[in-house]
Design a protein around this ligand. Sequence first.
Ligand code: RUB
Length: 317
Amino acid sequence: MNEDVRHIGQDIASMRIRGAGRIAVAAAEALAIAAQTSTATSYEELKEDVRQAAAYLVAARPTAVSLPNAVRFVLVNGTKGGAGTAEAYREAVQEASRAFVTSATEALSRIGAFGARRIKDGDKVMTVCNSNAAIEVMRQAYRDGREFEVFAMETRPWFQGRLTARALAAEGIPVNLIVDSAARFFMKDMDHLITGADAITANGAVVNKIGTATASLAAHEARVRVMVAAETYKFHPDTMAGELVEIEERDEEEVLPAQDARALSGVRVRNPVFDITPPEYVDIIVTERGIIPPQASFFLLTELFGWRITDRDPWER
Ligand code: RUB
């Protein structure tokens, strides 16, 4: 396999490239590299090379459906535009990759514009982890002249909340960094909880960074509105066929470094990195196609993927 493709897969697995949107874009770009650099001369051989790269990339992280959805988009459109010859397929895969990246960028900006309308002067907003889509909503609200204040949960164990706080502060938005367990303490003062998503299921449940479900529960209790900002490629087609979303569990050292673990012998550390917020706790999902209630997820999925979801082959539907 091409070295650059291998590195992109490794960077996704090690979280040097992280966040569902960035992962999707990186995977789409990696497929273009795979097609461009493959030495295959026949259509079948080249297609096989690209499929191998696709399978390798998809295996890098299991939860963010943006990854298989981006790969599916590139493969399906590659085959549509380039079936028959190696040259046509090579070109079509690269074209599909560019199309995915362009539409992902446009989606982000539309989500920002739609979501920003929900933020009013004087609002207080809590957010979790580091979501480009959630940040885009806040950035556009700020650029539209809205004055509001953000409370960023720090998001242990990787502290992605610091990235969010830094990005918002750089924009000029007043931002507070809080420990995750302070979410309920501050929730009563909030007007919105705004999060991104790694996957949204057919029943409207939202899979996002660990801690999102707890914060959403606190928001529900405090009658605070929960806004999920998510591109439509975060909707999970396999959940229509009864599949559950796999929740990634990462290394225990991320929670408890080896030197501290020595003093805790016999203790097992658990490190699930995503959780599931039920649809009852979500008010709106802001997509590039508009704002929908979580209960509309099923219909959006049928529109995106059609009714032919009958098996688990994620590649060439
Ligand atoms: C990132 C995370 C983000 C979503 C959405 O988790 O949970 O909220 O991926 O992000 P990790 P975006 O850091 O483990 O990848 O809106 O940027 O796609």
